[in-house]
Design a protein. Structure first.
Length: 181
């Protein structure tokens, strides 16, 4: 799924989808979650500039997200696929992978487990750098398990965690600074 990868690419960046690319939806009970309706589709600030930078810098870009609402029968696989295809096309990303299971399914592809990432990492193991940007601790656990650079997106600096990753950013423009080095 996505556009063909470039042979010149030397870096791979995994992006969590909800809370990193798309704004999360605040539910009536105060919890945050992924979109369930097309009208909720909204990019976070600086997304388009970030992906323009990634494209211009010849990064391989991958959406990697848990989508438990599929297992819960709240959204369909087709809905998630359509949203991901829209993101891939609009942001000129390469690949989208997702786990359709909830925590109750005890699958091997759900973050923080790494099965969803391993084939991609193996296919592109000769890259100079691999990063994962996410907004949750489970995303950072994946980065640590795969021994790749984790970048924790923490919009409110008081919520910084001691989660074992080197980088913390409050927005995607700070991510561009890290990827530029």
């Amino acid at each position: 799924m996505g556009k063909p990868t470039s042979r010149r690419s030397k870096k791979l960046v995994f992006f969590d989808r909800d809370g990193v690319i798309l704004k999360e939806v605040i539910r009536s009970d105060g919890t945050k979650g992924s979109i369930r309706f097309e009208k909720e589709f909204e990019y976070l600030e600086h997304v388009k500039e970030t992906f323009k930078f990634c494209e211009d810098s010849d990064f391989l870009t991958v959406i990697a997200s848990n989508q438990p609402d599929i297992s819960r029968k709240i959204v369909s696989s087709d809905f998630v696929r359509k949203i991901n295809e829209t993101i891939l096309e609009q942001l000129r990303m390469h690949i989208a992978v997702w786990c359709p299971h909830s925590e109750l399914d005890h699958c091997l592809c759900r973050k923080p487990l790494t099965n969803m990432f391993e084939q991609i990492v193996n296919d592109f193991k000769n890259l100079d750098e691999t990063y994962f940007i996410g907004d949750r601790l489970t995303d950072m656990e994946v980065a640590i398990k795969l021994k790749i650079k984790g970048i924790h997106l923490v919009p409110v600096l008081d919520e910084l965690c001691n989660c074992g990753v080197e980088y913390h950013v409050k927005n995607l423009m700070e991510l561009v600074e890290i990827l530029s080095d």
